[in-house]
Design a protein around this ligand. Structure first.
Ligand code: ADP
Ligand code: MG
Length: 238
């Protein structure tokens, strides 16, 4: 499983710098949360790790391989999007199989992986439905299932709970923690929600205004905030 290392990663869109000299090391199997206000660059950073955005400066390594110039399919990571990005005309089974068919995996192996992921996520009875016939929570599981079948070294999750209603959001959060324990995969989870970060993370990367403000355990950032920003955003109220 992957160690992910970012070294002085920077990103501009036109004249606007959105990330400046971001560095971090993520240990394999860790649950890391990128936490920060809207617009601070969380999604951009995640998309750069996935290979969906180019890197202007710096390096990204996954499992001791430099990947920042590689296409997304060669990085060994799988992304789960906020809007799920399912194909509406395909069944759940086909949505989960599609990426594996594209890399010409044998059909038997695909069927086995889809069945295993469906069992883990308890969506076996939904495999022949289309996305329109699913609830929001069910769609979200399918989106995670589509990542699981690829057996990635790391899961990259961009605000995956934010379209769920409050109750389901809490339940899905608990399930995601259980899934992490079960798969023992590296997970990077993006959110602007402090409670999600505090309850899910092994370590939190607090971001603001182009930069990483602090990297630490939930306890660290809560009780020993490294800056005024961190104190105001996640710190103890006292
Ligand atoms: P977050 O996920 O933390 O809300 P984003 O990474 O989406 O933040 O965006 C960071 C900044 O980069 C924002 O100011 C956003 O408007 C800008 N941005 C993101 N994507 C693009 C793009 N493709 N072109 C221009 N600006 C962008
Ligand atoms: Mg975002």
């Amino acid at each position: 499983m992957a160690d992910i290392r970012l070294k002085s990663v920077s990103k501009r869109f036109g004249a606007v710098t959105v990330l400046e000299n971001v560095s971090m090391e993520i240990t394999s199997g860790e649950f890391v949360v990128f936490l920060g206000p809207s617009g601070c660059g969380k999604s951009t950073l995640l998309r750069m790790i996935a290979g969906l955005e180019t890197v202007d400066a710096g390096q990204i390594h996954i499992a001791d391989r430099r990947v920042d110039q590689l296409p997304p399919s060669q990085r060994g990571v799988a992304m789960v999007f906020q809007n799920y990005a399912l194909y509406p005309h395909m069944t759940v089974r086909d949505n989960m199989s599609f990426g594996l068919q594209n890399i010409r995996m044998p059909g038997q192996e695909i069927a086995k992986r889809v069945a295993d992921a469906a069992r883990i996520l308890e969506i076996e009875q939904l495999l022949d439905r289309r996305p329109a016939q699913l609830s929001g929570g069910q769609r979200q599981r399918v989106a995670i299932g589509r990542a699981i079948v690829r057996e990635p070294q790391a899961f990259l999750l961009d605000e995956p709970l934010s379209n769920l209603d409050a109750g389901l959001r809490v339940r899905t959060r608990v399930e995601l923690a259980q899934l992490h324990q079960r798969l023992r995969a590296t997970m990077i989870f993006v959110t602007h929600d402090q409670i999600e970060a505090m309850t899910l993370a092994d370590r939190i990367v607090v971001m603001n205004n182009r930069k990483v403000e602090q990297i630490g355990t939930p306890m660290d950032v809560y009780s020993r905030p490294a800056s005024r920003f961190v104190a105001a955003f996640v710190g103890s109220p006292s």
